[in-house]
Design a protein around this ligand. Structure first.
Ligand code: PEP
Ligand code: MN
Length: 299
């Protein structure tokens, strides 16, 4: 690590830690943020699990997911009602459910008592989304939408900031600093895969940057969640990469789970089903034990 960074670099210098993201940076070697969100601890020995479909497709789907995922052991229900879809042309099936989707998430939360994480893309929906969300998800495509970050931080809601697939750790921590500087302390980072020359399958878009977990933990006290579903884009790789994420020290895991993965409205190659989620949860719990951590309380 160089001492100075007079010219903007892509990687982190000691100077950056002091001047660019002093709030995101650790104060000492053992500094780690610990906080509770809706009764679930982050940054402790517990590894919270976020699970759910890519999109809140229908009321039936989200209620089914809430019921089953809670029973299996997920700590949070994930699902986007407002979604950044790569192309503007959408079939009926592929269309965001927006306000209606938020309403369905609310019903799922009330009926099954499971906290919610959902994406926010526009400032004008902050009140609507904060009404149901326990955590606001800022998607990778908005990682550097600074006005959105500032307004979300001001809401006081916990925030999970997904890393853009082209962003350095330096840029990611810079974005996190925008949240912290507003006085919001419940900030979580999420690695979801980066763009690289090779992804090993023509259908895979990204590569899970496992190395960023220890690299980030060396610099920041913020919890780091890993999202192997978006990273691999391929359900058969989700289990090995989830286990590897736990082994690499991830402070949480986000997984796409759908009762009928092949018929998922969005990205049908990546979700796993309830049965495989249950098996994976047990395996991750085993790995976490070897690291002095746990996923399922009391096991
Ligand atoms: C998501 O989690 O639904 C999502 C859109 O992820 P990302 O922003 O990482 O693509
Ligand atoms: Mn997605």
């Amino acid at each position: 690590m160089s001492l100075e960074n007079k010219f903007p670099g892509k990687d982190i210098s000691i100077e950056d830690i002091k001047t660019k993201f002093p709030l995101a940076a650790k104060k000492n070697k053992n500094h780690k943020s610990r906080f509770k969100i809706s009764g679930v601890e982050f940054g402790s020995n517990q590894i919270p699990i976020f699970a759910g479909p890519n999109m809140v497709e229908s009321e039936k789907l989200i209620l089914n997911c809430a019921k089953n995922l809670k029973k299996i052991g997920a700590h949070f229900l994930r699902g986007g009602a407002f979604k950044p879809l790569t192309f503007p042309y959408r079939s009926k099936k592929y269309t965001e459910t927006r306000e209606e989707g938020i309403e369905w998430l609310k019903r799922a939360k009330e009926e099954y008592n499971i906290p919610i994480i959902t994406e926010i893309m526009e400032e004008k929906y902050i009140d609507l989304i904060c009404d149901v969300a326990d955590i606001l998800q800022i998607g990778s495509r908005n990682m550097q939408n600074f006005p959105l970050l500032t307004e979300c931080a001001k809401s006081g809601k916990p925030i999970m900031l997904k890393r853009h697939y082209g962003a350095s750790l330096r840029d990611w921590l810079g974005a996190a600093e925008y949240l912290l500087v507003e006085g919001n302390k419940k900030v979580i980072l999420c690695e979801r895969g980066v763009s690289v020359p090779h992804t090993h399958r023509s259908t895979s878009r990204f590569l899970l940057d496992l190395q960023v977990i220890p690299a980030a933990q060396e610099i920041t006290h913020l919890p780091i969640v890993s999202d192997p579903s978006h990273a691999t884009f391929w359900r058969d790789w989700v289990s090995p990469m989830s286990l590897a994420s736990v082994a690499a020290g991830a402070d949480g895991i986000m997984l796409e789970v759908h009762p009928d993965p092949k018929n998922s409205a969005v990205d049908p190659l990546q979700p796993i089903n309830f049965k495989d989620f249950k098996i994976l949860l047990k395996k991750m719990d085993k790995i976490s034990k070897t690291m002095g951590k746990f996923i399922i309380k009391g096991r």
